[in-house]
Ligand binder design. Structure first.
Ligand code: F6P
Length: 375
């Protein structure tokens, strides 16, 4: 088993605050503790298809800790198993670029590849490890916090901070105008951002994909608050939420890959609530503001610890593993155990129960029970 001398690192999928902190930790740890060289691969796996990379040295990581985004660039369209290839005539087609990646891996003299990504990029990494024997180590990232086998992903705490601040701001204007305010947050098929923001920002209703809702309990809650002399309400809506009879709302679809982008469901919900309650309703869709900008300290620390442990796994040649947070410690788990199944909010879990206990309505309650509560 020859020693690891050169490690590649890439960031794939949607960005998340803290990606640069991982890159910084990888480079620092490699140079300080192991004297290993680091190649930064540009734009996720695309960089290995198109051979776009640069060597990362101490000078490249200066000032990276508080910086949002990723200095390596990223893409949602970089899957080498179904690669979107732009032909000279401008038309796009899907090709298999697996062999190109393997050849370029050899050409760059890489002994290891650290893949920092969400479920999509980690699945690609897992497949390269399982089917082609590439020496892969995974680092989980996503603001959605929906990756199995880790207690948390970095980026989530920052997104939550942004969503909570938004809710605090909506609170004062909702109260002044006696309005129902909806805040739509990201999260895809998981309601973690919505539920946590709802708890932290004092929302009265939270709609998440894991709990299909009906309008009657929502209207009952609005009326109950009115009777208490609180004629305004705050509703956090996860972008993937849907009513019992409805479906998720998508903003668009990538023509070539078929990737569907959620967003905008709160406009439909807002209209329905306005029609049924007679209230003045306003909708705010927070969007990518949750993903951009500087990471909060908790994300910087988690990202740094993930980066250090990923390098340790790579140097010890523990391939096919992913770093994960478990009960405060950074551990490693097989990538295969982490990908392909999302970690979602448990409708019967303690977090939802605690929210219900303070009167937060999810839309699956009996409207009479909601009406009978103290707002
Ligand atoms: O997975 C992270 C995420 O921000 C989701 O919450 C959201 O649905 C999606 O990415 C948005 O993707 P894009 O940046 O491609 O619009």
């Amino acid at each position: 088993m020859s020693a690891v001398r050169r490690i590649g690192v890439l960031t794939g999928g949607g960005d998340a605050p803290g990606l640069n902190a991982v890159i910084r930790a990888v480079v620092k740890s490699c140079l300080t503790s192991y004297r290993v060289r680091v190649l930064g691969i540009h734009n996720g796996f695309s960089g290995l298809v198109e051979l776009k990379y640069r060597e990362l040295d101490r000078g490249d990581i200066r000032g990276l800790l508080p910086r949002g985004g990723t200095v390596l660039g990223t893409t949602n369209r970089g899957n080498p198993f179904r690669y979107v290839f732009r032909r000279p005539d401008g038309k796009e087609e899907i090709i298999d670029a697996t062999e190109t990646v393997k050849n370029n891996f050899e050409r760059l003299g890489l002994n290891a590849l650290i893949v920092i990504g969400g479920d999509g990029s980690l699945s690609i990494g897992e497949r390269f490890y399982r089917e082609h024997g590439l020496p892969i180590v995974g680092v989980p990232k996503t603001i959605d916090n929906d990756i199995s086998a880790t207690d948390a992903t970095f980026g989530f705490a920052t997104a939550l901070e942004v969503a909570t601040t938004a809710l605090d701001r909506l609170h004062t204007t909702a109260e002044s105008h006696h309005r129902v305010m909806l805040l739509e947050v990201m999260g895809r098929d998981a309601g973690w951002i919505a539920l946590h923001a709802g708890l932290a920002g004092g929302a009265h209703m939270v709609l998440i994909p894991e709990i299909p809702f009906r309008y009657e309990p929502l209207i009952a809650k609005i009326r109950a608050r009115e009777r208490l002399g609180r004629p305004f309400s705050l509703i956090v809506v996860a972008e993937g939420a849907a009513s019992i009879n409805g479906t998720q709302v998508f903003q668009g679809e990538d023509r070539v890959t078929g990737w569907k982008r959620l967003g905008g469901v709160s406009y439909t919900i807002g209209q329905e609530i306005a029609a049924r309650s007679g209230y003045d309703v306003r909708v705010t869709v927070l969007g990518h503001i949750q993903r951009g900008g500087t990471p909060v300290p908790r994300d910087r620390i988690l990202a740094t610890r993930f980066g250090v442990e990923a390098v340790r796994l790579a140097v010890q040649q523990q391939w096919g593993q992913m770093v994960a947070l478990h009960a405060g410690a950074i551990i490693s788990v097989p990538l295969a155990q982490a990908v392909g199944k999302l970690k979602r909010v448990e409708p019967d879990g303690q977090l939802v129960a605690h929210a219900r206990a303070i009167g937060i309505v999810f839309g699956d309650e009996n409207p009479e029970d909601v009406a009978a509560t103290e707002g």
